[in-house]
Every structure is written in structure tokens, then in C-alpha cells.
Design a protein around this ligand. Structure first.
Ligand code: F0G
Length: 352
């Protein structure tokens, strides 16, 4: 088999590439689709986890960023800018570095998980931490793009959604057919819109003959779409989706409606429970990602999942990005003992 060399190579015919588009790559995409036996049993369906944490910067953002940065480069730009709760900024910083461009990122001070900040620093981004939230950061980015010759690489840049469609392609390619149900976290509402666009493109292109029902899940303290109005002060421990004015809300609502799905909310407690559940199966995702699994459990409990259906839950980001949440939500801790056989044997004795 051929070596995997990234999304622009593998799915180029489905993307708006020209001869002049640089074939940028960090070998993103081709992420695992992991069958979950325990979740399948829990909800009486066949449940797969789309593990986007296996992308080069540890989140699904790489799918859209590779294309957005390549197109920015093609158009002669030398600087990209974005607002971010962390993952977009890590990805923008990495692909800008790869393309020899400058990245400027605006983040909500104090609300970005440690690993994401560390990434942006190492990739060499210009980091501006604002005393405000993501929604304010995004407004500032829009303002700055009117005043400076810089390219916005938030998901309001259409190339981001074009690139993120590839996750839907991979799901269909891996299963040999579309799933019946897709469960996905919703923050700024770009990813659910991109998946829907991808499923629709595959169906129009004759690759598939139907598309899944799309279920998006917001955190209850940041559930602008579910509540039908912007949230001025969004709150959730899942900081990746701590967003009160989702820029692509209209597209997400259309995806849910047209597919026969819905946008719902899950509580921080439900997110935390799902976060621990998947880790106990050996799959560590960041808290926001677990909203998809929390949402699936709610759907199942409400009798909305038919027996035997195929369900894909998207795990959007790697659990290693947020070590503070991992430490806080796990119940194991290191037992420190002397480096002697007696001391270690005594502990093992207690485990028999
Ligand atoms: N999951 C993770 C891990 C995310 O980082 C995000 C968004 C989402 C889900 C929601 O996706 O915004 O397309 O609805 N993170 C953005 C960021 C906002 O700045 O990294 P969405």
C-alpha cells in the first residue's frame, strides 16, 4: 500500500486545489475509527469512535488548517491570524511554521488548556492573550483583518470547512457506507457543518446513497444554539467549546434539520462522566470531545437510537492536551514507596 502523505494528496479531487496550491502536509488525516464494545453494549448499537486526537497537532483542526494555510500561501499572504480556545491556534501555528508563514493567535487568557498553549509557543506563534472570551477574540480578529493584510483562518474561512469534510469521507471509506447516526461536539459550529457538507458531497458524487442523522452537542453553560440566543458569559470546564456566539450556528442548525437530527446540550457532569468512561476503555480524549459520547448516552436513554444502528462519535481532540482536567477527573494517583522489593510486594499484596 501507498504511504499516507496527507489530505491534500489523498482527497485532492474533492478539494478546491489548483496547480498553484502548495501541497502542504504534516501527514494529517487517516485517523483511527475505533470500535467501542462497551459503548455498543451500553446503547444497543454499533458504536465507533473517530479518534481525531491522532492528527499531527492532536485535533481535527489540522484537516481544515492544511487547506486554509495552503490557500493563504497560494494567494500570496504571509501571515495568518485566528481566535481560538486552543486547538485552532495550535494547528494554525504548526501549519504556518510548515509553510514558512507567520501566525498570530488571540486566546482567552486563562482558559486555554496547558498542552495547547505549549504547542503554540513551540511552533513559534505570536500569542495575544485577551482579557475576554473566545467570542470577543473572534470579533477582534475580524476587526484586525479589515485593518491589516492578514488571512483569517478561523472556520469563517470557507477553506477550513472544505478541508474538514475529509473526516466524513474517511468515516464512509472506513465503514464502506455512511453511519446511521453521527454524534459530535459543537462549539463555534464549524465541524458539524463540515461533516454534513462532506456526507452530502459523497452522496452527490455517487460514493454513498444516503447521509447520517447529525446530532450536535453543546455544553449546557454555552448552549447558544439550543437556547436560541447568544450567551454573554459562556461557562464549561470543556474549555474548547466555551463559546457563546457560534459563528456557523446557521449551518449547524440546517445540518441537524436537513439530516433529521438535532442540536442538544449536555451538562458538565455528563461530559465528565463520558470523559472517564472512554478513558476506562483506553481512549483518552479531551473533555469537549467527550460531549459526543455524553450526547449519545442521552439519545440512547431517551430511546432515540434504534437497536443495531451504526453510530460514530467524533472525538475531536487528544486527551493529552489538557493534563489538568485529566489529573482532576481520574481517581488513580501514584503510590510513592521506597525502591525495595518488600515495599512494592506489599502494595501488590493489597491488589490480590
Ligand atoms: N472539540 C474540540 C476539541 C475543539 O477544539 C472544538 C473547537 C470543538 C470540539 C468544536 O468544534 O467549533 O467546529 O463546533 N475549537 C475551536 C478552537 C473553537 O479554537 O480550537 P466547532
Amino acid at each position: 500500500t501507498e504511504r499516507w502523505s496527507g489530505l491534500l494528496h489523498h482527497y485532492g479531487e474533492w478539494l478546491p486545489l489548483t496547480e498553484r496550491t502548495p501541497r502542504l502536509s504534516l501527514c494529517e488525516g487517516n485517523t483511527p475509527l475505533i470500535f467501542s464494545e462497551r459503548l455498543s453494549e451500553r446503547v444497543n448499537a454499533s458504536v465507533y469512535l473517530k479518534y481525531e486526537g491522532a492528527n499531527p497537532t492532536g485535533s481535527f483542526k489540522d484537516r481544515g488548517m492544511v487547506l486554509a494555510v495552503a490557500k493563504a500561501k497560494e494567494e500570496g499572504s504571509n501571515t495568518v491570524i485566528c481566535a481560538s480556545t486552543g486547538n485552532t491556534s495550535a494547528s494554525a501555528a504548526a501549519y504556518a511554521a510548515r509553510a514558512g508563514m507567520r501566525a498570530i493567535i488571540l486566546i482567552p487568557d486563562g482558559y486555554v488548556a496547558l498542552g495547547k498553549l505549549a504547542q503554540a509557543m513551540m511552533y513559534g506563534a505570536h500569542i495575544i492573550a485577551i482579557r475576554g472570551n473566545f467570542d470577543e477574540a473572534l470579533q477582534l480578529v475580524r476587526d484586525m483583518s479589515d485593518r491589516f493584510p492578514i488571512t483569517v483562518v478561523n472556520s469563517i474561512n470557507p477553506y477550513r470547512l472544505d478541508g474538514q469534510q475529509t473526516a466524513a469521507f474517511e468515516v464512509c471509506d472506513a465503514l464502506g457506507a455512511p453511519p446511521d447516526v453521527l454524534c459530535i461536539p459543537v462549539g463555534n459550529a464549524g465541524n458539524i457543518s463540515a461533516y454534513w457538507k462532506g456526507f452530502q458531497a459523497y452522496q452527490r458524487g455517487g460514493k454513498t446513497d444516503r447521509s447520517p442523522r447529525m446530532f450536535g452537542f453543546e455544553a449546557e453553560g454555552a448552549a447558544a444554539i439550543v437556547k436560541g440566543h447568544p450567551i454573554e458569559h459562556p461557562e464549561t470546564f470543556a474549555t474548547a467549546i466555551r463559546i457563546g456566539k457560534p459563528a456557523s450556528a446557521h449551518l449547524a442548525v440546517a445540518a441537524a434539520r436537513d439530516s433529521g437530527g438535532a442540536i442538544r446540550s449536555v451538562t458538565d457532569e455528563q461530559i465528565a462522566q463520558a470523559y472517564r468512561w472512554i478513558a476506562s476503555e483506553g481512549v483518552l480524549a479531551e473533555p469537549a470531545s467527550a460531549a459526543s459520547v455524553a450526547g449519545l448516552m442521552c439519545l440512547a436513554d431517551a430511546g432515540e437510537i434504534e437497536r443495531g444502528q451504526t453510530v460514530v462519535c467524533v472525538l475531536t481532540g487528544n486527551g493529552l492536551k489538557d493534563p489538568d482536567s485529566a489529573m482532576k477527573h481520574s481517581d488513580s494517583a501514584a503510590q510513592v514507596v521506597d525502591a525495595t522489593a518488600d515495599a512494592v510486594a506489599q502494595l501488590l499484596e493489597g491488589m490480590q
